[in-house]
Design a protein around this ligand. Structure first.
Ligand code: NAP
Length: 237
């Protein structure tokens, strides 16, 4: 492990969509590990587990932009950025035939364009640490199209996977490692709206948070481009 590959004593992570579901679980996990957090939320509210001294709240609507301002505010508060978790996501369960352009535009805005802008805004601070980490919450829907009503969402999540690869490619020489995390059903509001399967039969948000923590903690010589995790058997995942 080189000098720049050693985790800093104060580690700072930005998490979008941290109000509930997977983003909130990731925030809870990283907070418990001592991370300083900058939480991007449409309605900022301090989570019950969060230490106000170590938590920065940013009003952030991924559809509206504001990533440059968010990064600047987090830097002003904590002085560095070690990781970003682009988690905010939107799922509109329409087929590629029934959907209108507006449906696709809405999902592209939150699932693809906003994560790219966030990574772009945070790129230099991440590089400055020598071991910046980018997690893009993609989906198994970014690896295969499983049902008619997931097709449109899949289009955006395939793009989110490509985004993570693109960040990995342009950040690698500067110590940035990017991972597309690709879960199947995770027990959150999003999955509950899509399936009536028992929540106990889905991957838990807490377990996924543990995976994200593990990925962020890996050294620069253990780059994980994609991490697929499923609660059920499928042909390839
Ligand atoms: N749950 C699954 O089965 C599953 C599987 C694969 C991938 N994923 C992906 O994992 C990520 C998190 O999903 P989840 O299951 O936690 O979903 P969720 O329960 O529906 O929560 C979505 C989160 O994203 C936030 N969000 C949505 N639109 C936003 C916007 N325009 N600006 C800022 N925040 C916004 C929500 O904030 P508000 O509270 O303000 O609405 C909420 O915090 C998403 O990218 C999703 O596509 C989920």
């Amino acid at each position: 492990m080189s000098a720049t590959d050693t985790p800093a004593p104060r580690r700072v992570a930005l998490i979008s969509g941290a109000s509930r579901g997977i983003g909130l679980a990731i925030a809870e996990r990283l907070a418990a590990e001592g991370w300083h957090l900058s939480l991007g939320m449409r309605e900022p509210a301090l989570p019950t587990f969060a230490d106000p001294e170590r938590t920065h709240l940013q009003r952030y609507d991924a559809a509206a932009g504001g990533e440059v301002e968010w990064v600047a505010a987090a830097l002003e508060r904590f002085g560095r950025i070690d990781a970003i978790v682009a988690n905010a996501g939107l799922m509109i369960p329409k087929t590629v035939i029934e959907a209108e352009d507006e449906d696709l535009d809405a999902m592209l805005a939150v699932n693809v364009k906003a994560p790219r802008r966030l990574a772009k805004a945070a790129f230099e601070p991440l590089a400055a640490t020598g071991r910046g980490r980018v997690i893009v919450l993609a989906s198994l829907s970014g690896k295969r199209v499983k049902s008619p009503t997931s097709g449109l969402y899949s289009m955006t999540k395939f793009a989110a996977v490509a985004l993570a690869h693109g960040i990995r490619q342009c950040g690698f020489d500067r110590g940035i490692r990017a991972t597309a995390v690709c879960p199947g059903f995770v027990g959150t509001d999003m999955a509950r709206a899509l399936t009536d399967r028992d929540e106990a039969a889905m991957t838990s948000a807490a377990e996924l948070a543990g995976i994200v923590s593990m990925l962020i903690g890996l050294s620069n010589t253990a780059s994980v481009a994609e991490f697929a995790v499923n609660c059920q058997l499928e042909e390839s995942f």
